[in-house]
Design a binder for this molecule. Structure first.
Ligand code: AMP
Length: 314
């Protein structure tokens, strides 16, 4: 197994300007795993309840996802409800029911512990820390994500976690909230000082900004005709991003830039339909075509002389 992910597996109730869905399959680990599964082998660690549908387990398996780390506990699956009615880039949480996550303590198999890439998807930072601590050796790359709830109620565990990862993915509101800095490059600078060598700030329809100790990179969002459901865009980005790095073994500057475009490619599919409907039904050809559209979106030809600028001589 190349990538191990721990995160939430959920039934989400979501309302967007395009409609409403009740109890659709979601969760940070679900979106991440399905997205990364197009590039590499993924193993999921998480917990589900007695109410979890067999057909949803089959969907993970049909993507080759190793679900041996998915524990079935007594109780109900994690549930989240929210809307994107005011701002399509920002989820407003109505309800979070931890249910089986309240008592969950992940236990990793030897194969899980040896995974060379680890993604600590959005979940209680104490669980993220436990999984990181249980790895048999330090993975080549450890990345994590989080959300406003954990900044509010679990800041010290989250600070400890951020101090231990190589890559942090976070959305712009959360980056501002965590650092108390409005200006994003300043917020990113603070985050880089607190541990990770790369910080990816997700900006919804404005794309993603990658800040590294030695370079910055901006990945646009794909100009879609409509966004149906932004839930899971961040996790799908992370799945493409980590999936690309794990599949190529390339975490150099060029590798990180490429991975950010692959992440944006996968996020663009996730938001085209409710839940996992689109991202779980992709062909390789569709992914290649969209990736090429991103290459075209960011391509321009520089001119010879004057550093490529048509400046008048003065
Ligand atoms: P995002 O990629 O940020 O849109 O993540 C969306 C997913 O996060 C949804 O499918 C939710 O089930 C999940 N989620 C919402 N709140 C939490 C939470 N407190 N802990 C873990 N996962 C959550």
């Amino acid at each position: 197994m190349k990538i191990l992910v721990v995160g939430s597996v959920a039934y989400d109730s979501v309302e967007t300007p395009e409609g409403k869905r009740d109890a659709q399959l979601g969760g940070s680990a679900s979106y991440f795993s399905v997205s990364a599964s197009y590039f590499t082998e993924v193993g999921m660690v998480g917990v589900i309840g007695k109410d979890f549908q067999e057909s949803d387990l089959r969907m993970y398996e049909s993507h080759g996802i190793d679900i041996s780390g998915l524990e079935r506990a007594d109780g109900e699956t994690f549930r989240w409800a929210g809307d994107y009615l005011k701002d399509i880039n920002t989820a407003v949480t109505h309800e979070t029911q931890l249910n089986v996550f309240a008592k969950f303590s992940p236990s990793l198999s030897d194969a899980h512990k040896a995974a060379p890439y680890l993604f600590l998807a959005n979940i209680d930072p104490t669980l993220q820390l436990k999984v990181l601590g249980d790895m048999s050796s330090r993975p080549k790359i450890v990345a994590c994500d989080t959300m406003n709830l954990w900044i509010d109620i679990s800041r010290s565990a989250l600070t400890e976690l951020i101090g231990k990862v190589d890559i942090l993915t976070i959305n712009e509101g959360e980056a501002r909230q965590f650092t108390d800095q409005h200006h994003l490059p300043t917020a990113a600078g603070r985050l880089l000082k607190s541990g990770p060598s790369t910080v990816v700030i997700k900006r919804g329809e404005y794309g993603a900004a990658l800040f590294n100790e030695s370079f910055n990179f901006a990945a646009p969002a794909y100009p879609l005709a409509s966004v149906v459901d932004p839930t899971g865009a961040g996790d799908s980005f992370a799945g493409g991003f980590m999936g690309c790095i794990a599949a190529t073994g390339d975490a150099s500057e060029e590798g990180l830039r490429r991975a950010a475009i692959v992440g944006s490619t996968m996020a663009s599919f996730a938001v085209e339909a409710f839940g996992l409907d689109r991202i779980s039904n992709l062909t390789g050809a569709e992914i290649e075509q969209r990736y090429q559209a991103f290459v075209d979106l960011t391509r321009f030809q520089t001119l010879a002389g004057n550093n490529g600028l048509p400046l008048l001589e003065k």
